[in-house]
Ligand binder design. Structure first.
Ligand SMILES: Cc1ncc(COP(=O)(O)O)c(C=O)c1O
Length: 441
C-alpha cells in the first residue's frame, strides 16, 4: 500500500468481553472436550431464556400482514408513531419528562448509538466514565479523544454507588470534561443508584454546566427490593440529559439491533441543541435503523403478557444472583457485593492477594502450553491471568474486571444460567478454583 491505512489509535479500542472469546476458541481448538460454562457477553437468548410466545406471535403477525412497512426503510430518525410512543413510555415512568418525539432518535442498537454519541463530540471534549464501566462506552470515548479514559470510581464499599467526591474531583481537574456518563442499573456491577446519588450527580452537572448521559438499557431489570429512580424525574429542566434505552435486555431481543436516544431539555441549552443536531445528521447518513423491531416494540411493551413475563424474568435473575452470592461470599480472598439490577456481578480480589506465580492444573498439555505462553512476561494483568487459567482448567468463562477499567483486579460473571443445578455446580467449581489458585503461589 502506498499509504498506511490502519488506524493509529487502535490500541485505545479495547473490548475484553469479546477478546476472551478468541482465547476460548483457541482453547477449544486445542482441546475439543473443553466444556465452556459461565458467560462473557450479556445475551439472555444465547443463554437459553425463552423468547415468549406473545413476542413470536407479534413478529409473525407483522411479517405476514399486508402492511409492508416492516420490510421498508423507516424515517431516518425512526418511525414517527414509535417515536411518539417512546415519549408516552418515558412519561409513564416519569411524568415530568421534558421530551418531544422530534427529540428521539432510533439507532441500530445502543452499541451503534454509543459509537455515534462520542464520534459527534467536538474534538477535545471528554465524557467522564464510570470505572468500572461498560467497555463500549469507555473504548468509544477513549478512541474519540485519542487518550486514555477519564473515570470516576464506583465504590465497592458502598454497594458500587459512584464515589461523588472523586467524580467532582475529576470534573474539576479536567476542564475538557463536558459530560458525565451514568449506567443505571449498572454493567458490570449490578448496582442500582439511589435518589441521593442521582441528585448529587445532577447538582455537580448543574454547578459545572455539564450534560448527563444516562444509559438505561437495564432500567426494567431491578430486583432485591431496589427501587429504580428515574433521573428524568429529578432532572426536570435542570441539565441537558441524554437517556439511552433499547430492546436488547428486557424484551430480550439483542439481535434486533434496536435502541433509541432521548434528548431531554434539548431546547434549554444551545450547545446541547447543536450536538443533538449533529447526531441527527450522522444518523441520517446511516439511512435508518431496523424497521421490524421499531414497528414491533410498542406492541411488545404494551402487550398484557409483557409485565408478567418481566416479573418472572426479574424474579429468576434475583434467585440466580442470591444463589451465586451465597456461594461466592463464603470464599476467602474475594469481595462479593450483592446486586440489585441488570444481570452482572463484579467480584474483586482482596488487595495484594494475586501474583504471577499462581496457577491451576490444566489437564490438556497443549492447552497448558498455550496458557503458559499467553501469560508469560510481566505485562499481563493479574486478573486476566487468573481468567485464562480458570478457563483452561475448568471451562468457566469470566471477564477480568480490569477489562472494565476496574482499578482493582477481579472478574465479572452474569446471572443468566437457566438451570439451577448447573448454576450451583459452576459456582461451586469457581469457588474451589479461586481457593486453589490463591493457594498455589
Ligand atoms: C450498559 C450497556 N449499554 C449498551 C449496551 C449495548 O446494547 P445494544 O444491544 O442495544 O447494542 C450494553 C450491552 O451489553 C450495555 O451493557
Amino acid at each position: 500500500m502506498r499509504k498506511s491505512i490502519s488506524c493509529p489509535n487502535l490500541e485505545l479500542m479495547r473490548y475484553g468481553i469479546r477478546e476472551i472469546v478468541d482465547v476460548t476458541q483457541q482453547l477449544q481448538a486445542l482441546d475439543p472436550s473443553l466444556q465452556v460454562m459461565g458467560e462473557n457477553i450479556g445475551d439472555p437468548v444465547a443463554k437459553g431464556w425463552d423468547v415468549p410466545d406473545f413476542i413470536r406471535e407479534i413478529l409473525a403477525g407483522l411479517i405476514r400482514s399486508d402492511a409492508r412497512q416492516v420490510f421498508a426503510y423507516t424515517h431516518s430518525r425512526g418511525r414517527i408513531e414509535t417515536r411518539k410512543w417512546v415519549v408516552d413510555y418515558a412519561r409513564r415512568f416519569s411524568p415530568s419528562a421534558r421530551l418531544d418525539y422530534e427529540q428521539v432518535v432510533f439507532v441500530n442498537g445502543l452499541g451503534a448509538g454509543i459509537s455515534i454519541i462520542y464520534r459527534m463530540l467536538a474534538p477535545g471534549v471528554r465524557v467522564l466514565q464510570p470505572h468500572p464501566g461498560y467497555p463500549t462506552h469507555i473504548s468509544s470515548e477513549r478512541f474519540h479523544a485519542g487518550l486514555e479514559s477519564i473515570g470516576y470510581r464506583l465504590d465497592p464499599g458502598r454497594q458500587w454507588q459512584p464515589d461523588l467526591d472523586h467524580l467532582e474531583f475529576q470534573v474539576k481537574r479536567n476542564p475538557d470534561v463536558a459530560g458525565i456518563l451514568l449506567i443505571n442499573p449498572n454493567n458490570p456491577t449490578g448496582a442500582v443508584y439511589t435518589e441521593d446519588v442521582l441528585e448529587a450527580v445532577l447538582r455537580i452537572a448543574e454547578r459545572y454546566r455539564l450534560m448527563v448521559i444516562s444509559d438505561e438499557v437495564y432500567f426494567r431489570m431491578v430486583f432485591n427490593q431496589a427501587h429504580y429512580v428515574q433521573i428524568t424525574e429529578l432532572a426536570k429542566a435542570r441539565v441537558p440529559l441524554l437517556v439511552m434505552r433499547g430492546v436488547s435486555k428486557d424484551v430480550p431481543w439483542p439481535g434486533a439491533r434496536c435502541g433509541w436516544l432521548e434528548f431531554h431539555n434539548a431546547d434549554r441549552d444551545l450547545e446541547f441543541q447543536a450536538y443533538f443536531e449533529s447526531i441527527k445528521k450522522s444518523v441520517m447518513l446511516e439511512v435508518c435503523s431496523t424497521s421490524l423491531p421499531q414497528t414491533a416494540l410498542p406492541l411488545i411493551y404494551d402487550h398484557p403478557e409483557f409485565e408478567r413475563w418481566l416479573s418472572r424474568y426479574c424474579a429468576d435473575l434475583e434467585t440466580n444472583s442470591n444463589a451465586i452470592y451465597a456461594i461466592l461470599s463464603r470464599t476467602k480472598g474475594i469481595h462479593v457485593i450483592p446486586i440489585q439490577g441488570a444481570f452482572y456481578m463484579t467480584i474483586l480480589f482482596d488487595e495484594g492477594i494475586l501474583n504471577n506465580r499462581q496457577t491451576l492444573p490444566i489437564a490438556n498439555p497443549k492447552s497448558a502450553e498455550f496458557i503458559r505462553r499467553i501469560v508469560a512476561g510481566s505485562n499481563i494483568l493479574l486478573d486476566k491471568r487468573f481468567a485464562y487459567y480458570l478457563l483452561a482448567a475448568t471451562g468457566i468463562c469470566v471477564v477480568p474486571a480490569t477489562d472494565f477499567e476496574s482499578p482493582r483486579p477481579g472478574f465479572r460473571v452474569t446471572m443468566l444460567e437457566r438451570d439451577p443445578g448447573r448454576r450451583d455446580r459452576t459456582y461451586q467449581r469457581l469457588a474451589e478454583a479461586i481457593a486453589h489458585y490463591l493457594a498455589s503461589g
